[in-house]
Design a protein around this ligand. Structure first.
Ligand SMILES: [Mn+2]
Length: 328
């Protein structure tokens, strides 16, 4: 049987999930080392735009309708109705963490490096940063990077504005000889990855300076609104936790980003990451509902963060619908 690893494109958790599968789980299943890596977006699985094959290994992505060799995910909206032998679903901060646990349960030795790997990924993908860790990862860095910063540096290398470049870097890094964790691998130690991170940190600052001019706090719904339809073009790169740092009284945030080519608006909703106890709604379910009601059906996520795509003409209705839900 021919195997491929199909994993979440442009996503650090997708990358690290593929890393853990290839390095630790594949050998237990006698899967060859040169396995092909195929980065895809969740939407491509949901809308059946990728041709799924029997031998496929699907990580950090929705479960495809067709039978596959192996599937592992941690998104609450992808919880399967029935259990299956080759299906691994667990509500957890990161898919990488679920796969590391699985590898350990299959006999892989759990050392400090692996523990640290899981811990960093749980903080990053589960948005479990405290204010200090947030500052550490999103503001200019010193010469020597902490482990958490190193994972951020890694992700910035395949989150440029060119999806093909991202996929290329992603696949090439994963085709290297994999050591015990991505950040202890020799290829990671090169200056090359640091370039991407330093540039990204400057981009965050540019974005923060611009967003300060149009972001606002809606008191009734306790939500910060960042509506990019208000600006002609966006500067820098989004620092998704900044609004909660800037408005500590918020419970939620929403961002609207018009997609120029498709006449759709991408919405991201999250709770205040520094005060998750304020989150009273199931955001993943809300996103799924909004995606169906106001768009073509793409939407989902976690309890406390999610995203969906709606038709441009229905974006205002969708926004009113969401803000109303946040009030109670
Ligand atoms: Mn994930």
């Amino acid at each position: 049987m021919k195997h491929r690893i199909i994993t979440h494109a442009g996503c650090l958790d997708g990358f690290c999930s593929a890393f853990v599968f290839k390095k630790y789980i594949a050998p237990t299943l006698k899967i060859p080392e040169d396995i092909e890596i195929v980065p895809v977006m969740p939407k491509e699985i949901e809308l059946e735009e990728v041709e799924i094959q029997k031998g496929d290994i699907i990580l950090d992505l929705p479960r495809p309708k067709k039978e596959v060799f192996f599937w592992c995910d941690h998104h609450i909206t992808n919880k399967p109705e029935e259990e299956k032998k080759n299906h691994h679903w667990k509500l957890a901060p990161s898919c990488t963490g679920v796969l590391i646990e699985l590898a350990v349960s299959r006999g892989v030795k759990e050392n400090e490096e692996l523990k640290n790997f899981k811990q960093c990924m749980d903080i990053i993908d589960g948005a479990m940063y405290d204010k200090k860790q947030y500052k550490e990862c999103y503001y200019p860095a010193k010469d020597k990077l902490t482990a958490l910063q190193q994972f951020h540096a890694l992700s910035s290398s395949f989150q440029t504005k060119d999806p093909n470049l991202n996929d290329e870097i992603y696949r090439r890094l994963l085709s290297n000889n994999l050591e015990r964790s991505p950040i202890t691998s020799s290829w990671f130690k090169s200056e090359f990855i640091r370039f991407f991170y330093d540039a990204r940190l400057r981009s965050y600052q540019e974005w923060r300076d611009q967003v300060d001019t149009y972001v606002y706090y809606d008191e009734k719904s306790k939500c910060v609104v960042q509506d990019d339809r208000k600006i002609r073009f966006r500067k820098g790169l989004v620092d998704r936790f900044y609004v909660h740092y800037k408005f500590p009284e918020t419970s939620y945030s929403i961002s609207l980003r018009p997609e120029l080519e498709s006449d759709q608006v991408r919405m991201s909703i999250g709770c205040n990451i520094f005060h998750k106890e304020r989150c009273k709604i199931h955001i993943g379910n809300l996103c799924r509902e909004v995606g169906k009601k106001f768009g073509e059906g793409s939407g989902g996520g976690h309890l406390q963060v999610g995203g969906c795509t709606v038709l441009a003409g229905k974006a205002d209705d969708a926004m009113r619908f969401i803000l109303e839900k946040m009030k109670d």
